[in-house]
Design a protein around this ligand. Structure first.
Ligand SMILES: Cc1cc2nc3c(=O)[nH]c(=O)nc-3n(C[C@H](O)[C@H](O)[C@H](O)COP(=O)(O)OP(=O)(O)OC[C@H]3O[C@@H](n4cnc5c(N)ncnc54)[C@H](O)[C@@H]3O)c2cc1C
Length: 365
């Protein structure tokens, strides 16, 4: 009988595990969405509605043998998964990869699980944004910065201000990367106010047009016509809160061993944004972890010792495009991390935001 692998969560890590093991096991992927959402593309999907469909990859082309269940896990125990629909999926191997939510539009509204609904959301917000002369973004992390870059590329005349309580842009990255970022932001006319926050949130909902005045805790007034929240990652592990599989950490993340198993369960793995590792909450790390899990499950399927370990690297990597033409980055080299040229950032991410890579994963032309 074929061995069963159940992957919970079809994001960056989960789809890689499911596809990699599809030929060797009976794979079931569980996700409430109709399609994989390439979060890296979601900000351009907002500013360019004609391009927006490129951010979605329907699950039905991912697996040649296995199946995708459009459902949500509500509980997991060592033997399988209980679904929101009331169903149950038993599994020999389980991989938890439910990732995280992020305020819309960086990640979809949780209630919008179909592609049509997500495209409708993006079109509606695009309309609100199109008429706004001044834009306020709360959060100067990669998401806020990329959003500012996409907005100024489509509407160079909009005035974009980013506010962040951190005193530094991209803390933990090389000083030359931060210097270059400041230079590009100045060139694009994007204003960044660091080391300060708002005394209260704007009275208008995020992503809705409506003029407001906000005051920073340094006493400055910012008048804008729309604002976006660009902070607040929330790990999706609520279905584990019943403790039937493991005890979550205080941060609601999943503890894992160096082989990425959930402690005490040799056949249950966890990867990506949900794991309690020092790796940054980024897709590239989720995919590196996915490869470790694939190797270990393959070994177990072959009756061998699963001995691939995941090594957390202190090196920080990033590709941060500011629209299609420019951006900054930091990448590993044999001599440690180094700044990436704008051309590398453009070629490796900015031009298509990984669309070609995921077209390949989803067997699309
Ligand atoms: C705007 C933006 C740009 C980004 N750009 C980059 C980038 O350039 N490079 C990079 O490395 N990282 C980037 N990231 C971070 C990256 O998106 C996350 O780190 C990544 O999504 C984490 O992958 P994951 O596999 O852990 O889970 P996710 O990709 O978050 O996928 C989780 C999946 O699980 C599903 N799910 C959730 N709960 C359940 C449940 N109970 N049952 C079943 N399924 C469930 C969800 O529907 C989702 O499909 C970006 C993030 C944002 C917001």
């Amino acid at each position: 009988m074929e061995r069963t692998v159940v992957v919970v969560g079809g994001g960056f890590g989960g789809t890689l595990v499911a596809k990699s093991l599809d030929a060797e096991a009976d794979v079931t992927l569980i996700d409430p969405r109709e399609a994989f959402v390439n979060a890296a593309a979601s900000l351009r999907a907002l500013t360019r509605p004609d391009w927006a469909p490129h951010a979605f990859f329907p699950y039905d082309t991912l697996l040649a043998h296995g199946r995708v269940l459009r459902d949500r896990a509500v509980s997991v125990d060592p033997a399988g998964v209980t679904l929101a629909s009331g169903g149950r999926v038993e599994a020999e191997f389980l991989v938890l990869a439910t990732g995280s939510g992020y305020p819309y539009p960086a990640k979809p509204n949780p209630a919008s699980t179909s592609v049509a609904r997500q495209l409708d959301d993006l079109r509606a917000t695009h309309k609100e944004l199109a008429g706004a002369g001044r834009v306020l973004i709360l959060g100067a992390g990669p998401v806020g910065l990329e959003l500012a870059g996409e907005i100024t590329e489509v509407w160079p005349d909009k005035r974009v201000v980013i506010v962040d309580r951190n005193a530094q842009l991209l803390p933990g990255f090389l000083p030359e990367v931060r210097d270059e970022l400041r230079h590009h932001l100045a060139e694009l006319g994007i204003e960044v106010r660091l080391g300060t926050g708002l005394t209260g949130l704007p009275q208008v909902e995020p992503g809705r047009a409506g003029r407001f005045a906000a005051t920073t805790d340094q006493g400055d007034e910012i008048v804008a016509d729309i604002w976006f929240r660009a902070h607040g990652v929330r790990v999706d592990t609520g279905y584990l809160a019943d403790g039937r599989l493991t005890t979550l950490t205080e941060q609601a993340t999943v503890p894992v061993t160096e082989r990425l198993t959930v402690p005490g369960h040799e056949h249950v793995y966890a990867i990506g944004d949900i794991v309690a590792l020092a790796d940054p909450k980024m897709a590239s790390y989720a995919m590196t972890q996915a490869e470790v899990v694939v190797r270990n499950i393959r070994a177990q399927l072959a009756g061998e010792q699963p001995d691939t370990v995941h090594v957390v690297t202190p090196d920080r990597r990033i590709l941060l495009p500011l629209g299609t033409r420019t951006g900054v980055g930091q990448l590993p080299t044999p001599d440690g991390v180094a700044a990436a040229t704008p051309q590398t950032v453009q070629e490796r991410k900015g031009a298509d935001l990984f669309t070609a890579r995921f077209a390949d994963r989803f067997n699309q032309p």
